[in-house]
Ligand binder design. Structure first.
Ligand SMILES: Nc1ncnc2c1ncn2[C@@H]1O[C@H](COP(=O)(O)OP(=O)(O)OP(=O)(O)O)[C@@H](O)[C@H]1O
Length: 593
């Protein structure tokens, strides 16, 4: 199929706001394609250049694409900026600028080939040549959607879950069967092939691709936690009956991670994934080494869910700011390993032996987790002498734990929960988690089976949409960040922050933002919405300055959230909620960011 025909379907998807229409359009497309094209169309519809199990990445940013569009169209800088401003989107800008051009020999398979070449090409010059070749073969409409696909922002209002439904409709399969096959196998194109062949039930678990993470709902007080908890387990709201079913753990302030260990068929293979579904093993080599040794000894494949923490010799977690120095690194020096040691605090077990355990209740998963952790610790023969739970140490640093089992207790009373919360805070943790002991593991769900009770501080997770050079000492670096929250498919700015990051972080981000600049006017650059920040602020004001209608007062950056996908940042609805909860509802002021 030509990529232009595919782009026409995308255009129709973008035009309709109706989910059922979108699903029907995609199902119709998938049904009329041959299997190879349907497999490609499915990932492209989901806005992914490669299947999730495929580790390749295009590594093409907005800056390089802008250059390619400028060269191909011959448009002046001013024309390029004007087109970009009309749409706020490089793909649509390219459509306007390339409109005079003809072309159009590009097929879905041709795009797949070009993407392979782009993923292996090294350096911007080589990538630019390939991009020019690719765009030259595209019609303007195809170029529009190619660019959106490369930037990972299709703006067709289609989430992967809707593509999964369309696959089910197109191949007369159950949606649940498609989802289950995808969860265990991880590859959307392979699932398309299975759905068409009627073999979804045969999908086998493939390790080393991340499963979705189960998430927690916030509660503001011990009382609310208890009340909400009774809803979660759908029991009669008799407190005694309810309490027996809850498990309490500390809420650690680290980085959520899923750790996969291979069995005899892949001995010693260990990979760690973030909530962003990224492979983050290279940032934590000591965990890879230690788990590799420990699990080679037990010859059982496992997937652990837990939190990576910077750990102190006093056997408690260091503040998140310590761990932050370890995040996002491809190489970690011996010095940094020594300065900021890390541990994996395990709190759940998703897979063991050859069985997925998601459908087992938490108490059963927990029991098995404890058993596996004990076996792994025993297999190294070097259990650390000073731990609070079971653990194993690494070969090089025998007195330092690498795996800890998160202590968990059964909830007994309101007083006990109160105490648990204060003790967790005294240990430097954020608060507590309450988990329904009978709950199943629901990947990607934020339900009521897991509740989080943490300190009261309104913060927002936002994405950077624009950057500027700073002033004075920071005149040479991009240190001022305009940021947005999500409003449906759109991003709406709510403020600008200048403070909170270290010089080293700002230097790294300056480089990053230069590579991901979309448009430059005056000192201001619009950038691809890729970097998630957690910001604190004094309050929320109504404001006409930003499209959101709100502005944060005195925002400051608390941390970079490289672990959080842009799809999970806070929403405009949440900003409105915080605004509404403020006793006095301030209007815009001159100091607003
Ligand atoms: N014992 C624990 N069990 C589960 N999650 C825990 C635990 N301790 C810490 N966490 C962290 O808490 C998070 C659960 O809160 P939530 O799902 O709302 O994530 P979030 O949106 O990142 O919120 P937050 O900013 O509070 O971490 C998990 O993703 C995990 O990183």
């Amino acid at each position: 199929m030509s990529f232009d025909e595919f782009a026409q379907v995308c255009e129709r998807l973008a035009e309709t706001g109706k989910k059922l229409e979108k699903r029907a359009l995609m199902a119709e497309l998938l049904a009329r394609l041959n299997t190879a094209d349907a497999a490609l169309a499915a990932i492209y519809l989901a806005g992914q250049p490669f299947a999730e199990t495929d580790r390749r990445a295009l590594n093409v940013g907005g800056a390089l694409l802008t250059k390619a569009v400028a060269q191909l169209s011959g448009a002046s800088d001013a024309a390029l900026h004007a087109a970009y401003r009309r749409h706020g989107d490089l793909g649509s800008a390219a459509f306007d600028l390339l409109a005079a051009k003809t072309g159009g020999s590009l097929t879905l398979a041709g795009v797949e080939e070009s993407f392979s070449a782009l993923a292996t090409a090294r350096g911007p010059a080589a990538k630019l040549r390939l991009l020019l070749d690719l765009l030259q073969r595209a019609t303007p409409l195809a170029a529009k959607y190619l660019i959106k696909l490369i930037l990972g922002d299709m703006r067709t209002g289609v989430k992967q879950s809707l593509v999964e439904e369309a696959i089910a409709v197109a191949s007369h399969a159950e949606v649940a069967a498609v989802r289950r096959a995808l969860m265990v196998n991880g590859s959307l194109p392979e699932v398309v092939v299975m759905a068409r062949a009627g073999t979804l039930a045969d999908a086998r678990m493939r390790l080393f691709h991340p499963l979705g993470f189960m998430l927690a709902s916030p509660v503001d007080s011990v009382e609310e936690a208890l009340a909400r908890f009774s809803e979660a387990i759908a029991e009669p709201p008799e407190q005694e009956a309810t309490l027996r079913h809850a498990q309490v753990e500390d809420k650690y302030d680290g980085m959520r991670a899923q750790l996969h260990c291979g069995d005899a068929s892949q001995p010693g293979r260990v990979e760690i994934f973030s909530r962003n579904r990224e492979d983050i093993g290279s940032s934590f080599p000591e965990l890879i080494e230690a788990f590799s040794e420990a699990f080679a000894g037990i010859d059982e494949a496992v997937i652990l869910d837990g939190e990576i923490l910077a750990w102190s010799p006093r056997q408690q977690a260091l503040p998140f700011s310590a761990l932050q120095q370890r995040l996002g690194r491809k190489r970690v020096s011996a010095e940094l390993r020594r300065q900021v040691p890390v541990v994996f605090m395990a709190f759940d077990l998703l897979y063991a032996g050859d069985a997925l355990l998601l459908d087992q209740p938490l108490h059963a998963r927990r029991q098995r987790l404890a058993h596996i952790v004990a076996r792994a610790a025993a297999s190294t023969g070097k259990p650390s002498p000073r731990a609070q739970g079971m653990l194993f140490a690494s070969a090089e640093e025998p007195h330092f734990p690498r795996l800890l089992l998160a202590p968990a207790t059964r909830l007994e009373s309101k007083e006990q929960l109160d105490r648990a919360y204060h003790e967790a805070r005294a240990r430097g943790n954020e608060g507590v988690m309450l988990k329904a002991a009978d709950s199943l593991y629901q990947p990607g769900r934020r339900g009521l089976a897991w509740l989080k009770l943490k300190r009261q501080l309104a913060t927002l997770d936002v994405v950077v949409t624009g950057v500027e050079f700073g002033h004075g000492r920071r005149a040479g670096v991009l240190s001022d960040y305009t940021f947005a929250v999500r409003d449906g498919d759109e991003l709406k700015n709510v403020g600008k922050a200048y403070s909170g990051l270290t010089d080293a972080e700002i230097n790294d981000l300056t480089l990053f933002f230069k590579q991901h600049t979309l448009e430059e006017f005056g000192g201001f650059r619009t950038v691809e919405p890729l970097l998630v920040l957690e910001v604190a602020f004094n309050n929320v004001m109504r404001s006409s300055r930003h499209a959101s209608g709100f502005a944060l007062r005195f925002p400051r950056i608390l941390r970079l959230r490289q672990d959080k996908p842009v799809s999970e940042i806070d929403t405009l609805a949440r900003v409105e909620e915080i605004y509404a909860s403020q006793p006095d509802k301030p209007q815009e002021e001159a100091t607003a960011g």
